[in-house]
Design a protein around this ligand. Structure first.
Ligand SMILES: Nc1ncnc2c1ncn2[C@@H]1O[C@H](COP(=O)(O)OP(=O)(O)OP(=O)(O)O)[C@@H](O)[C@H]1O
Ligand SMILES: [Mg+2]
Length: 537
């Protein structure tokens, strides 16, 4: 190996990896649940983020250790697959590793632990599937409660009822049936944010909102029955790629040149009017002169729209995005009942409402400060995902540690049927799941040992939904406490946490190549290459 490379093997490697992963889990532990704390993250530019969202915290932290990075991956996978439960997934993965450390110390081979964990996780999934309650999608009550649960642990908890209602409406607006099953894409819900007013003023708009103003002051600010040209070409005279030179010898030529340019721009506007458009939404720039001509024709134009927004606009208005003005015709135009510029806070935004395709909605987030608006966006993302999860797989569980405890009980029973070493691994898994009610209680300042033993006995008595309601500090039926969670979030938690811990456990050799070094003066050779005197081992 090259100089500077390091290698650790066997127990050493396992211990270091487990340690690193545990530290990551420890970091997010204090954020779990409604009584969890928030973190303030400051990046290298000094930008501040305040959040309790597991994924965001780990994303913003500049984590270096490879095993710790795997925990960040857990949060990422959880977020991409289910949208919520990122903190829980990381905490359980950390706990699984922590328990495995004890087993390794007892000389149980990691492969046996991995096998045991796999079997236990299958039991956990089975249990969750068995106890889950089907949801009737004809009413939105349960969807709303689940959305509210996901926001209970966030900065915006105070307004969770209002925000949950918006999230439910938004997802139901974009959901569609596919092969008899509902499908909804969170991406179809556009989220815009503008600091100012309060969270209560957050609204759902039936249409698309662009964070852009109308390009020219002379243009109309409101067009009803809008026929919309969607362009991804610029309405400017294109500059040549290389420096070009034109020789102008007299004023007439200059004038002719400018006239020519003007004519080209007039032609652009003529093509747009010929197609019958009264609104232009353009991804690129619009020349001042073109803006002026458009204004004279009473056309409303917005420029420099994001590509992703253009795609949403095309979908919503039923128009085609055109890159060549020569080919634009009336069939390419999209339609909306109303396009209007409105003043929101200190800025102006453009609203496209009553679109041809009613399945396009925007949530416009308002809130006291930028940080609140940012955290509201993350929380609404979680809520949207939770509602989508239930719409796509209509089953729910109650929270507050109840499903974890129930799974833990079943797994413990199952462990009894297994031989020695494997039994220990499966039991360790059952214990690891209990970290959730323990952490929820700890974060609420309650006595976790007391609560855990109490909860265990309740589950022994077949009180499936007994959990810890942290707002009151009491043990109770979590369904009655209205703490609802989608089954898919919990299933994904089990899968991601088990996979990540197994992956880390399987490693028994870490070989890290050293940092690139420049050779000492006079040694020659390329930087980073092996130079005379380099000693590998
Ligand atoms: N009132 C409540 N009492 C007890 N537990 C609750 C209550 N409300 C929510 N919870 C629990 O809090 C946990 C969720 O906490 P939180 O939202 O902080 O973490 P997460 O969903 O795992 O991660 P993230 O939201 O950061 O992606 C769930 O286990 C849920 O059951
Ligand atoms: Mg959550």
């Amino acid at each position: 190996m090259k100089e500077g490379s390091t290698r650790s093997r066997g127990h050493d490697a396992q211990h270091t990896n487990i340690m690193a992963a545990k530290i990551v889990a420890e970091t997010v532990k204090s954020c779990l649940g409604p009584k969890g704390m928030d973190k303030m993250l400051v990046d290298s530019f000094g930008d501040v983020t305040i959040t309790s969202d597991g994924r965001t915290i780990l994303d913003e932290m500049d984590i270096q250790h490879p095993a710790a990075k795997m925990m960040v991956e857990v949060a990422k996978t959880q977020d991409n697959e289910a949208g919520d439960g990122t903190t829980t997934a990381v905490i359980i993965a950390g706990e699984l590793l922590s328990k495995s450390e004890d087993l390794i110390d007892k000389n149980i081979h990691p492969t046996i632990i991995i096998d045991g964990y796999k079997k236990a996780s299958e039991k956990a999934l089975e249990t969750i599937e068995k106890i889950a309650i089907p949801v009737d999608l004809k009413t939105t009550e349960q969807l709303k409660k689940a959305a509210m649960t996901s926001m209970a642990s966030k900065l915006v908890a105070e307004q969770r009822e209002h925000l949950a209602e918006l999230a439910v409406k938004a997802i139901l607006a974009v959901a569609g049936k596919d092969d008899g099953k509902y499908r909804a894409d969170v991406e179809d819900v556009k989220v815009e944010k503008k600091p100012g007013e309060s969270l209560r003023e957050t609204r759902l708009i039936q249409g698309i909102v662009l964070d852009k103003e109308v390009a020219h002051s002379g243009m109309p600010k409101r067009i009803e029955k809008a026929k919309i040209a969607l362009l991804d070409a610029s309405l400017e005279i294109e500059k040549t790629e290389f420096d070009a030179k034109i020789n102008i010898e007299n004023p007439d030529q200059m004038e002719a040149f400018l006239k020519q340019e003007e004519q080209m721009m007039r032609d652009m506007v003529d093509k747009i009017t010929a197609a019958g458009a009264n609104v232009v939404l353009c991804q690129k720039g619009i020349d001042d002169m073109v803006q002026h001509f458009l204004a004279r024709k009473s056309i409303l134009a917005v420029r420099r729209i994001k590509k992703s927004d253009m795609e949403k606009l095309a979908k919503a208005t039923g128009g085609n995005i055109t890159s060549n003005l020569d080919s634009i015709n009336s069939k390419d135009l999209g339609y909306a009942d109303l396009v209007e510029e409105r003043k929101i806070g200190d800025d102006k935004m453009t609203f496209i409402e009553g679109c041809r395709h009613p399945k396009s909605v925007t949530i416009l987030i308002r809130g006291g400060t930028e940080r609140i608006v940012d955290e509201a966006e993350r929380s609404i993302h979680d809520a949207l995902c939770v509602v989508r999860d239930i719409v796509e797989e209509p089953k729910i569980l109650a929270g507050g540690g109840a499903p974890e405890l129930e799974a833990s009980r079943v797994i413990r029973k199952y462990a009894e049927t297994l031989p020695g070493r494997e039994q220990l691994a499966v039991k360790a898994y059952a214990e690891a799941l209990e970290v959730i009610p323990i952490t929820l209680s700890e974060n609420a300042g309650l006595d976790p040992i007391d609560i855990l033993s109490n909860l265990r006995s309740k589950h022994e008595e077949n009180q499936t939904w007994a959990g810890i309601e942290v707002q009151t500090g009491k043990i109770q039926d979590m369904f009655k406490a209205n703490v609802f969670e989608p089954i898919s979030v919990k299933k994904q938690i089990i899968r991601s946490a088990t996979e990540a811990s197994s992956l880390i456990l399987k490693i028994d050799d870490v070989i890290a190549s050293g940092k690139m070094k420049t050779p000492p003066p006079g040694a020659g050779g390329p930087p980073g290459g092996e130079y005379p005197g380099a000693e590998g081992y």
